[in-house]
Design a binder for this molecule. Structure first.
Ligand SMILES: Cc1cc2nc3c(=O)[nH]c(=O)nc-3n(C[C@H](O)[C@H](O)[C@H](O)COP(=O)(O)O)c2cc1C
Ligand code: SF4
Length: 387
């Protein structure tokens, strides 16, 4: 196949990035293909920072050659010569397995200066991330790969045009790359035959938190949240009723029961003000306090913010304070309005999704579980911490 035909096949398959933003993979590859440069790069985002997620780790540990193959196909499609796999340092087994697999592939001629006698060069290197959530954001990841502090870059230019070392760069999640071999092997039609609407193929659902049968299941898009929670997860581990479910990592919304019949589909989730993200699902039973979880979301943002823009850097710290005041004043309306106003500023004024999505868990908790923002357990905890 020609490089353009490979890009066309990936485009036709309907594959969208599995790292969280669900951007069409083929469109990203086409931009890199169409951008002239002496050097191009392929970067795999294996930072996997979302709470309750482990699908990338399981694929890297269980089938590292699928990732090597997917990245090599990407390199062939855009004429890239070098690739990096950016893995979080908390994954030592994945790192060791990938390094051994890369050496095996190199020895067998699948990587190196003349890949399988094609005259094309491509090699891979594993790089360890140091544990910052923001280094999963693609531009902060590129900064980190270049040896700099992980700070988000303003866009444009897109990484596909000017990415690693200012060269056109494909950045994709592990699951996006590992979907590619099957797409080329079985054909775009085979792949797009799974799923619903614009969410084609399969989703790796990771069940975690207070759930009886935690783990990874792969299903075509379209299965409902309720089916996943009860038919696969078997309800909570504690045996108590499920109260709220956070889908899509720490920046995902908290969903009450009335939303559990929503199919796992990017657009259906967007319609209820939620995200699918990387497919992580964290379950909470009725002993959870959503006021405390909303406070945690703001605190997480304050700790993990890269600090580049004000709405996120300052807003998250002010957010923690305002939530404390809401709880302290028994759900005081004035402070709630202030929190909504602050979230509005974060949504519209933040440079990246870290700041603009933190309001999702916060506001969903406030909208669906307002009683948890009253002076109760959460307030007691805060008082204990202050003492
Ligand atoms: C704060 C933040 C953290 C992110 N963390 C990850 C991550 O751990 N893994 C990942 O693949 N994408 C993560 N992303 C999304 C990446 O920026 C980017 O969209 C992705 O690597 C592109 O690959 P894909 O199109 O295959 O999804 C994160 C984004 C943000 C804003
Ligand atoms: S939103 Fe937060 S993490 Fe993103 S660029 Fe601004 S300060 Fe950095």
């Amino acid at each position: 196949m020609s490089p353009a035909a490979v890009v066309q096949t990936v485009t036709h398959s309907g594959l969208r990035g599995r790292g969280g933003a669900a951007f069409p993979t083929g469109a990203k590859w086409k931009t890199v293909l169409d951008t002239d440069a002496d050097r191009k790069y392929v970067v795999c985002n294996a930072d996997e920072g979302d709470s309750g997620t482990f699908a990338d780790r399981l694929v890297m540990e269980g089938d590292p050659f699928a990732l090597i193959e997917g990245m090599t196909i990407a390199a062939f499609a855009v004429s890239a010569t070098k690739g990096y796999i950016y893995v979080r340092s908390e994954y030592p087994h994945a790192i060791a397995i990938l390094e051994a697999a890369i050496q095996t592939a190199r020895n067998a001629g699948y990587l190196g200066v003349d890949v399988l006698g094609s005259g094309k060069q491509f090699d891979l290197e594993v790089r360890k991330g140091a544990g910052a959530y923001i280094c999963g954001e693609e531009t902060a990841l590129l900064e980190s790969l270049e040896g700099n502090r992980g700070i988000v870059r303003a866009r444009p230019p897109l990484p596909a045009v000017r990415g690693l070392f200012n060269q056109p760069t494909i950045v994709n999640n592990v699951l996006s790359f590992t979907s590619v071999p099957v797409i080329l092997h079985r054909g775009a039609e085979f792949y797009r035959d799974f799923g619903m609407g614009r969410s084609r193929g399969t989703i790796a659902i990771q069940l975690a938190g207070n759930i009886k049968h935690g783990g990874l299941i792969e299903k075509a898009f379209g299965v409902t949240l309720r089916e996943v929670l009860y038919e696969y997860g078997g309800g909570t581990a504690s045996g108590r009723p499920i109260k709220a479910v956070q889908v899509g990592g720490p920046l995902g919304a908290y969903l009450p029961e009335r939303h559990w019949d929503t199919p796992l589909d990017y657009e259906a989730f967007s319609a209820i003000g939620a995200v699918l993200g990387h497919g992580g699902i964290v379950v909470h039973d009725d002993s959870a306090n959503l006021g405390r979880l909303a406070r945690y979301a703001m605190e997480f943002c304050a700790v993990e913010s890269c600090g580049k823009c004000t709405p996120c850097r300052i807003g998250s710290t002010r957010g923690v304070e305002v939530i404390d005041k809401i709880i302290g004043s028994n759900g005081g309306m004035q402070q709630i309005e202030l929190l909504r106003d602050l979230c509005d500023t974060m949504v519209h004024g933040s440079l990246c999704a870290m700041g603009s999505m933190t309001p999702l868990p916060v506001l969903s908790a406030l909208d669906h579980f307002p009683n948890d923002f009253r002076r109760n357990d959460a307030a007691c905890d805060i008082e204990k911490r202050t003492l």
